[in-house]
Design a protein around this ligand. Structure first.
Ligand code: ADP
Ligand code: MG
Length: 694
């Protein structure tokens, strides 16, 4: 009998609030509390005391080093380890000062900065994010930090996320308090991220340099079954994967992450993990950690974990669903409809803030949730379409449309079933809920389903928080001057009516995958941005610069740098994919094809009679050879023609307009090798082998 409870170790590797409470002198603990509430700055003595307690705690867990853990613009996490060791009297002593806790400095010139940091001022600084708890992994104490340039411009995804949360907090608090029920101090965005991923056998993974270099297969034919039978979805989890998930959960629980849901997904070898929701910045940190733990534990189980949005052509790709709500410091979910009329007016006002925000800035949401990988997924018949719309569900949609016509419905509570006096009957998260909508209201939160599985969720939440803060700010300006609560409620309904009149085109509860919707969306004037690269521009439009500057989230200079980085990443990814496919073609696939040609030619020659089968076969193989060579040369020429002096934007567009389609043609040619040659001569694991490998 194992008498250890499975959750005994929950949070043991997290320097959590309760650890701080226990280990810090009480005045130090309260100073930290006021600092995270942004009521006061952290002074040097307090930081020293926290650092010391943190070091002792971490060393008890086996830590020898500390690291500022940050999220540069590459979208991954970065760390640089420093040992606690310092020289004492002819011996090594351990030391960790408040200064080292709060601020780190390093030559960080190899992180993308979009020109914000020239190499002569290559220093980047990391600053402790005291709102996100430190944790120990292996022998490292990891301290969540933000990352800024010498001049103070943000170089990471975390600082703007924190700023967007501040903007949202400020404006949402204004609205709640304008209703004069009771004073609240803070509103926090809560986020729950569902993460999809693939698992395949590590040994097969290592035989495919496309998977290793680019995270996806650059060629390969879908096996006859694929996911047609839908037998994998929610099916029983294979034993090997079960053992893997068990270890993942244990690791995550130790880090204080409430890993909760796990199941098979639609495609073969595809799975999902979802932790419980948390404060947005912590949820984003935890998602990065979850991805890292999944990868490392997979490796221990001889599995490879793949986060690419579309690792295999012909079967579903992976996403990351961003569940988002707003919660006050006294625990009210502002997106929760209830049974009190006045609370429901407030609820509708918050919903309308989201409607206005999403309809005003759909391009930004499209950009934030995508990258080049997501182009292979969005708009196909599996993921949300690239057109942003909001599904409120039929009941709520009808209420909104009633409100559009008449403000009287509130006084009509007895007679109309769609009164806002009691919305608690609105079904929460029903099973028939619309899974084809990119942005769906699911009872007490919005679920944004477009986000790519490999992306940091930070950008999406930066945009979401900022655009909603902006709507709320406008509403608050109208409500705050009103003295009487009844006037506030009347005004709020009037604002809702205005929002619905102006923005109802964004509401759509039908089938987002249908052809008719694409047409209808166009008639409604909703943008349909077919490729990610077109959406990057939205980040530096006057509209976006105004938005982000007004809400003090990102400056024009920072936005321009970010757009530049996105173009550069786009171009580099296309380059890496093309070079990898070409190398595999040249070194692996063509030699295999030649071997096959020789096999048939030798066999035919030894027959000494004419035979149509052999002739057709050899001709087909020769024709494939010829075609592959041509496509290879075309791609190669396009790659060498890239102008060195072109800007990142120009290179990005060049890649999109020419290289991507040439690479696609090479893939088509190469895929024929696999369909024509014998299994024995095909030198890399096929889709079928990978799909049945676990
Ligand atoms: P589904 O697969 O049906 O979309 P899951 O249960 O897998 O739903 O995931 C739902 C996610 O939403 C979880 O991470 C959950 O913690 C999160 N969530 C639930 N309630 C809220 C809320 N009020 N705010 C933010 N996230 C939430
Ligand atoms: Mg979901």
């Amino acid at each position: 009998m194992n008498d250890k409870h499975p959750f005994d170790d929950f949070g043991i590797n997290l320097f959590s609030e309760s650890v701080m409470k226990e280990r810090l002198p009480y005045p130090v603990y309260t100073k930290w509390k006021t600092a995270i509430r942004k009521e006061d700055a952290l002074d040097r003595n307090t930081a020293d005391a926290i650092a010391h307690a943190m070091k002792i705690w971490a060393m008890e867990k086996g830590a020898t080093h500390y690291s500022h853990w940050f999220q540069p613009m590459s979208g991954n996490t970065a760390e640089k380890h420093d040992a606690f060791v310092e020289p004492g009297d002819y011996q090594a002593i351990s030391r960790f000062s408040g200064k080292s806790l709060i601020k780190g400095e390093g030559d960080a010139s190899s992180f993308p900065s979009g020109g914000l940091r020239a190499t002569f001022e290559a220093r980047g600084y990391t600053y402790w994010d005291c709102t996100s708890p430190a944790f120990v992994r292996d022998n490292i104490l990891c301290i969540p930090t933000i990352f800024v340039s010498y001049n103070g411009e943000t170089l990471d995804k975390k600082a703007p996320l924190l700023k967007s949360l501040e903007a949202l907090n400020k404006e949402a608090t204004r609205i709640v308090n304008a209703f004069k029920d009771k004073d609240i101090k803070r509103v926090t965005a809560m986020v729950g991220l569902e993460q999809e991923y693939f698992l395949i056998d590590k040994n097969l993974y290592q035989q495919r340099s496309d998977l290793i270099n680019t995270g996806r297969t650059l060629f390969g034919n879908v096996p006859p079954i694929g996911q047609d039978l839908a037998e994998h979805y929610f099916g029983s989890i294979p034993n090997r994967v079960k053992a893997f998930m068990k270890e993942v959960n244990v690791e995550l629980w130790k880090l204080g992450i409430y890993a909760k849901t796990e199941h098979n997904e639609a495609a073969p070898c595809q799975f999902e993990i979802a932790p419980l929701f948390a404060d947005a910045n912590i949820a984003v940190d935890q998602n990065q950690l979850i991805m890292d733990v999944l990868k490392k534990v997979a490796d221990l189980h001889d599995l490879a974990c793949i986060f690419h949005e579309k690792p295999f052509k012909g079967v579903n790709g992976s996403g990351k669903h961003n569940n988002w709500s707003l919660v006050t410091d006294d625990g009210q979910n502002l997106l929760e409809p209830g049974d009190k009329p006045h609370e429901n007016i407030r609820f509708l006002l918050f919903v309308c803030a989201v409607i206005k925000a999403v309809d005003t800035y759909p391009e930004l949401l499209r950009m934030a949730s995508s990258d080049i990988n997501n182009d292979l997924r969005l708009g196909a018949n599996e993921a949300p379409p690239a057109i942003i719309s909001i599904c409120m569900g039929q009941e709520l949609e009808q209420i909104l449309f009633q409100l559009e016509k008449s403000l009287k419905i509130e006084h009509n509570v007895e007679t109309t079933p769609f009164s806002i006096s009691n919305l608690s009957y609105v079904p929460k998260d029903t099973s028939d809920r619309n899974r084809t909508s990119p942005f769906a209201f699911t009872g007490n939160k919005f679920e944004f389903r477009m986000v790519g599985s490999s992306l940091s969720a930070a950008t999406t939440n930066i945009v979401l928080n900022t655009i909603v803060a902006d709507s709320l700010s406008e509403f608050a300006n109208e409500l705050e001057p009103l003295k009487y609560i009844q006037d506030v409620r009347d005004k709020a309904l009037e604002i809702c009516q205005r929002v619905i009149r102006e923005h109802k085109r964004i509401l759509f509860s039908g089938d987002g995958y249908s052809k008719e919707w694409i047409k209808e969306a166009e008639e409604r004037g909703l943008p349909n941005i077919p490729a990610y690269i077109y959406s990057i521009e939205s980040l530096i439009s006057d509209k976006a610069i105004g938005l982000f500057e007004r809400n003090k989230v990102l400056s024009e200079v920072e936005l321009k740098a970010r757009a530049d980085i996105l173009y550069e990443q786009y171009y580099k990814k296309v380059l890496i994919e093309s070079n990898t496919l070409m190398a595999m073609t040249k070194k692996t696939l063509l030699p295999a094809l030649i071997k096959e040609i020789k096999f048939y030619s030798d066999a035919y020659a030894s027959l000494n009679i004419k035979n149509a089968f052999y002739e057709t076969k050899i001709n087909t193989l020769l024709e494939i050879l010829d075609n592959v060579q041509k496509r290879y040369d075309e791609l190669n020429n396009l790659l060498t023609a890239v102008s060195k002096s072109a800007t990142n934007r120009e290179k990005g567009y060049y890649a999109f307009e020419t290289i991507v389609s040439a690479r696609h043609s090479l893939r088509k040619a190469v895929d024929r090798i696999e369909s024509e040659i014998s299994k024995e001569n095909f030198p890399v694991p096929s889709y079928e082998e990978m799909f049945i490998s676990i």
